[in-house]
Design a binder for this molecule. Structure first.
Ligand SMILES: O=C(O)C(=O)[C@@H](O)CO
Ligand SMILES: [Mg+2]
Length: 252
């Protein structure tokens, strides 16, 4: 297996370029992040070039986080802000050569929200396609993100079908899917053609993948058997020194 360090959580106590270097030193094959926008692209590019790692993904801005926002793209009436966040993410991704952008939906519900999300995703897919960038959408669990628009893989597939773009894929985060739906083995098998990126963490505490209700030795072997060979995103909360939590990599 190959692994991508999610620097939104791993080495999150270090500046992003230093976190990239730490991921390389720890043996990761790639990195990904959440919201890199305050970091100059030159510093990120320099660290990526120095380490030879690729930044696999980043997220669109969430909007007014202090005011309770968690993404903009499914919020009716906020199309202008949502598209500005999409444009910003594409520009940043193009500059640092990142192949995936997670477009965040936001806290909302209902048919209008679905239509708004579909239209904004069409916009994102069209704008991203010339750069070979894939747009991702990710169901989040109801405990960490109560009220988030996208909560299940079935709902994500319905959105993907309605958008109808070949560069729109599912971010399959095993942690969220286990909390909302379970049945990870069958779901990964069935959804593989729609999956653009896979992430993981222990369940339910979102720690390193070496404890809890999901047996990741099994899940990783299923993913390998299916021939999926892109790096898997380690998106867990180390709860202290990241380097002290990496023994799972030796067993994977
Ligand atoms: O929370 C997650 O899981 C993520 O992947 C974030 O990027 C979005 O909140
Ligand atoms: Mg995730």
């Amino acid at each position: 297996m190959s692994f991508s360090a999610n620097l939104g959580f791993l080495w999150a106590d270090r500046p992003l370029p230093e976190a990239i270097r730490a991921a390389k030193a720890a043996g990761f094959d790639a990195v990904e992040c959440h919201w890199p926008y305050d970091v100059p692209t030159e510093a990120v590019t320099a660290a990526l070039q120095e380490t030879g790692l690729r930044m696999l993904g980043l997220n669109t801005r969430r909007g007014d986080v202090a005011g309770g926002e968690n993404g903009l793209s499914a919020l009716p009436g906020r199309e202008e802000d949502a598209r500005a966040a999409i444009d910003e993410a594409i520009a940043y991704a193009v500059t640092i050569n990142t192949p995936n952008i997670h477009v965040m939906a936001g806290f909302t519900e209902g048919r209008d929200a679905h239509e708004t999300f579909v239209e904004n995703l069409r916009y994102a897919c069209e704008k991203a396609a010339p750069y070979g960038i894939t747009i991702l959408i990710e169901p989040l669990n109801r405990y960490d993100a109560p009220g988030y628009f996208l909560t299940t893989t079935d709902q994500a597939l319905a959105v993907i079908a309605d958008v109808g773009a070949s560069n729109l894929k599912l971010m399959f985060d095993c942690y969220h899917v286990q909390l909302m739906e379970g049945d990870l083995t069958h779901r990964i098998e069935a959804l593989l053609p729609s999956i653009g990126h896979i992430q993981f963490a222990s369940v339910p505490d979102r720690g390193a993948p070496d404890h809890g209700e999901v047996n990741y030795t099994h899940i990783f072997s299923i993913i390998a058997r299916l021939g999926y060979d892109a790096p898997l995103g380690a998106e867990y909360k180390p709860g202290g020194d990241t380097d002290a939590t990496l023994s799972w990599m030796n067993d994977a």
